[in-house]
Design a protein around this ligand. Sequence first.
Ligand code: UT7
Length: 326
Amino acid sequence: MTRARIIGVGAYAPKRILTNEELERMVETSDEWIVQRTGIRERRIADESEATSDLALKAAQQALERAGVEPGEIDLIVVGTTTGDMAFPTTANIVQHQLGCRNAGSMDLYAACSGSIYSLSVGSQYIESGKYRTVLCIGAECLSRIVDYTDRGTCILLADAAGAAVLRASDGEAGILDTDLYSDGRYGELLIQPAGGSRYPATHETVDKRMHFCRMKGNEVFKVAVRMFGDCAERILSRNGITADDLALFIPHQANLRIIEAAVKRLKVSMDRVIVNVDRYGNTGAASVYVALEEALALGRIKPGDLVLMAAFGGGFTWGAALLRW
Ligand code: UT7
């Protein structure tokens, strides 16, 4: 059976660091509260000259270089993002041009923070079906651009980064073994950026009402997220006859340390087999799982043959999991 194997991973986070101490001066919050409730100590914020495609491009260039793949070999680019450069052209299209992928189709995929798993799943399907040989999957966000820096419930969490993975068709045992995608629109209102689309196009009124910023009922998102995270992780493991003990590494979406700990407790995985970098990057949406994967590889925490579980959830709601043999 043809599988999609990840043959190169890259990541990029902007240089500018926004600390909890700086946020203390912007909204009524404290370093202690943020660390206790989220585990976040600092996050990266793009500078004014950077947009999502710039971050995506840097992550993609690193992934291609590490994979030893030329831009012309890419058949398809899938970018998971909720903060694309503009309504259109798509961010994937911009990256396609900047990279010089002259033989590639390109698409953006909107699944909020699950954009990592969704992009990986879509990319791998094209390879498994035999349609394409090499797919570039990217998760990239400039969430700071939709954050209301007077809203302490969101500004402490959301941040900017990009990650990328080059998938290549392979006949061996290694590769993406399975992916699962879920969604439930009943929860849409809990995490939403209301304006900027066809429902509420930009007007003075939408700007005055701050409708272009992300709004979140954090506590309600938290409760549903913990349940969904655990459900999808358990389901993909059991369907593949794998127990949590078999896993070398669990790479969860980095939304909040408490959500990660709750999922880990339910899965019965020890924390030393979980990648956590939310303390340094905050919640980078569709980028987070890719960025964490890149870090895991750089730290030598994944070896050939290892079983790796990834899971994410996000606005919509959307959620999903991916199971890989490295
Ligand atoms: O990728 C998916 C995206 N979203 C998420 O993953 C978010 C999931 N949710 C969360 O991470 C958490 O719900 C938050 C970190 C957003 C909030 O933590 P919480 O423990 O759920 O707090 P809460 O919303 O229940 O609020 C408790 C209190 C409230 O005050 P009162 O009403 O009890 O007086 C809030 O107003 O904490 C207050 N609060 C804050 N205090 C200091 C909310 N944000 C802050 C803040 N600093 N930044």
